[in-house]
Design a binder for this molecule. Structure first.
Ligand SMILES: [Zn+2]
Length: 560
């Protein structure tokens, strides 16, 4: 399916956002940030701040809403821990940017200093091994900026500081605001307010309406004003705001990062993973190299000595309860069709599908909870599906993925199937397509999107690597598929002719030899290696299997 560059955007967002952070509104300094000069006022009794009107919810941070104010109560366990802050423009006024657009990810940390709490932005663009002497210089050069300072309003249980975070969302904070993305000039705090707060054990989701304006006598900030912030999406959404007002719905996720980062695996351009990059000053080389690591889930063997083992925790995708009942089994099959690929990496049932609990079974279950990856079924006329994920920028670990499956993608799959292989399948001669066929097409779309969320880019080379005669050969196609990867755009086997006698079950792409091999390359543990560098030799040996087996090769549009 068409893949919006969300994941790539997330990968590159750290750097452009640093530029956006240098771009305060022309000629004005936002009030109240960072810390004010005067001493913080004394905290008040808890009940005076968190009154009986408060709507409170326990989670990684306890949230309290009192009318239009939002308070965070920071338990000891949350202070000093690193969180991933994901900003997204959920909805915009028509013409400015587009909904669902990533507006940047960054790592943040809450710190307490007496009666103040600081929110710092932590950079992982530049790193070094903590044991190396240069680490001190890297830390000094990277002194983490304070995004905002908060007075402690009160103390909760266990001395947990309570702070008023409303202005973090309702004033123009360059690190988090959508203003630069819609190229507006000013932020109007009087027309900006918190819409919704959802609190979970590992994450907090906040939705905020933010209103910006661009004066009539200016042209939207494109000329003569401050340089437009580079967009993480590679220039998409760079639409100048029309003079007047625009309101956007910003969606902020703050997700707790793992206490111990996963061991990273080095990226290799021969294998099609998404990647993160860092400048590493701890390496014994004359130039500091940019280290690139693949994005992948953390998967560990229950029995590290077994060739094939159950995982400690399988990769788990939930099926959205909004999915029409008759399609649920096919969505599950699409997810679990990756199991053979994880077997190649040494994991039995490394990926599993589960039906989400009903509200009666678990009233607190939510697809927004960062503990759950979900295949969302969205009632939309969009003929598409997308597979974004969020990952730990310190290690590349994929933390969560929510695949968006738009209802009308079924129309697209139906049209393709009818046009491409209609003559080969009697079932395609009548519309609507029978459920078993439509189900199979849904399974295919889901499997492709799951592939993106497991870390895979498109492999556009894959469909050109089998000898042409083999794509007509029913035995070959039965065992190898007509394309070596489900991550290609090869769609259905339109090369096949009726006289080839290919089984209709083999006309649809599936997880193929490349996918299994690439999953092995990225996920198979290398127990002897204690660092990413120590894995290099093995990874290179594995990659060289491409030399003799052309259908294991990878390339894609704008491969990086
Ligand atoms: Zn795709």
């Amino acid at each position: 399916m068409k893949m919006r560059p969300f994941v790539v955007a997330a990968v590159v967002a750290l750097t452009p956002l640093a530029a956006a952070a240098q771009d305060p509104p022309a000629g004005q300094q936002p009030p109240d940030r960072p810390g004010r000069e005067q001493a913080a006022p004394e905290p008040r009794p808890y009940e005076r701040v968190i009154t009986r009107d408060a709507k409170s919810k326990e989670g990684v941070i306890i949230t309290h809403r009192i009318k239009d104010k939002l308070y965070y109560e920071l338990p000891r366990a949350a202070i000093g821990r690193e969180f991933l802050w994901v900003s997204q423009i959920a909805r915009t006024t028509l013409g400015e940017g587009y909904g669902g657009q990533a507006a940047g990810n960054r790592v943040v940390r809450w710190e307490r200093h007496d009666n103040r709490v600081l929110l710092r932005s932590i950079s992982y663009d530049i790193v070094s091994d903590e044991k190396e002497p240069i680490a001190r210089a890297v830390r000094a050069a990277n002194y983490d900026p304070i995004v905002m300072s908060f007075n402690v309003e009160a103390f909760g249980k266990d001395d947990a500081p309570v702070i008023d975070v409303t202005r973090l969302f309702t004033t123009d904070v360059p690190e988090f605001s959508g203003r630069s993305r819609v190229r507006a000039r000013t932020f109007d705090a009087s027309r900006s307010f918190i819409e919704r707060v959802a609190t979970f054990p590992q994450n907090i989701e906040v939705e905020v309406t933010q209103t910006y304006s661009t004066p009539l006598d200016q042209d939207g900030g494109g000329r003569g004003g401050p340089a437009p912030a580079p967009g993480p999406g590679g220039g998409r959404g760079q639409v100048a705001a029309r003079p007047g007002t625009s309101s956007v719905l910003m969606h902020y996720s703050m997700v707790l990062l793992p206490g111990e980062p996963m061991q990273s695996r080095l990226f290799d351009e021969r294998v099609g993973y998404f990647s993160i990059s860092q400048l590493d000053y701890g390496k014994d080389e004359h130039r500091s190299p940019a280290r690139r690591y693949i994005t992948r889930y953390r998967l560990e063997k229950k029995d590290p000595n077994a060739e094939l083992s159950d995982p400690v925790k399988p990769i788990t995708y939930y099926v959205d309860p909004a999915t029409p009942t008759k399609w649920v089994p096919y969505v599950k099959k699409g997810i679990e069709s990756w199991q053979p690929a994880f077997e190649a990496a040494g994991f039995r049932r490394g990926i599993i599908a589960k039906e989400a609990p009903t509200p009666e079974e678990d009233p607190d279950w939510s697809p927004e909870d960062a503990r759950y990856s979900v295949v969302r079924w969205l009632p939309s006329t969009t003929e598409n599906a997308v597979g974004p994920h969020i990952h730990d920028p310190r290690s590349g670990e994929i933390l969560e993925a929510d695949i968006q499956f738009y209802h009308n993608v079924m129309n697209l799959a139906r049209d393709w199937y009818f046009v491409q292989v209609g003559p080969l399948d009697k079932r395609a001669k009548t519309l609507p397509l029978p459920d078993d066929l439509m189900g199979r097409l849904i399974e295919y779309v889901v499997a492709h999107e799951v592939g993106h969320t497991l870390g895979f880019q498109h492999n556009m080379k894959s469909s050109s690597e089998y000898p042409a005669a083999k794509v007509h050969d029913k035995d070959w196609v039965h065992t190898m598929g007509h394309t070596a990867s489900i991550m290609d755009y090869s769609r259905f086997n339109y090369v096949a002719q009726p006289e080839d006698g290919i089984d209709v079950a083999d006309l649809v792409p599936r997880v193929g030899p490349y996918d299994k091999w690439a999953t092995m390359w990225g996920y198979k543990p290398i127990p002897s290696a204690k660092s990413p560098e120590q894995e290099k030799k093995t990874l290179d040996q594995w990659a060289r299997e491409q030399d003799k087996t052309p259908w294991l090769r990878f390339s894609t549009a704008n491969a990086r």
